[in-house]
Design a protein around this ligand. Sequence first.
Ligand SMILES: [Zn+2]
Ligand SMILES: [Zn+2]
Length: 195
Amino acid sequence: MPEVGFHPAEPVTAEGPDSRTVCAVHPNIETSLRCNKCGRYMCSKCAVRTPVGYRCRECVHQQQDVFFSATQRDYVTAAAVSFVLSVPISYILPKIFLLGIILFSIPAGGLIGEAVFRAMGRRRGRYTWAIVAGGIIAGAVVASIPIIQFSLAVIDRANALDMSPATVLGGQLLMPVLYLVLCVGGAIARLRYGK
Ligand SMILES: [Zn+2]
Ligand SMILES: [Zn+2]
């Protein structure tokens, strides 16, 4: 079966015996499906459904590399911005009442995500969400040092009062942990989807 419009120097298609077409990655799987970008034959395992039709993994990956244009420097910026913003936010937010934490933590995460996105020159990164999550958690740990010190003191007293340290510590950490889960979720939602 002669190919029209294909450069012979690029063996993007694979032909099986008696000119049946097989997957370019899995030569034992017969297929007639082709990538609508590069034209290689691909089996149902290799085909990726995109809004513009079925494409091979390589073409999808290349497309994503165009979409994700963040540099290593952008990732450093993302880590720094999320950490610096997280310290004061993580210090203040868990101190407000429970309903306030539920209401404000997700928008706070979204705000951090938005600030990072702008600081990165609006370039998207495949791993930005993970770096920002790490930055927020690191900032929250720094902001929680007084709480941790206080908790240790309370545990000492709990031992003296014959109470369970886990109960005392759980009471201390409930609000910060709830805040952190919601805030990180808000930031990830802001960075991972849509934008
Ligand atoms: Zn392709
Ligand atoms: Zn295949």
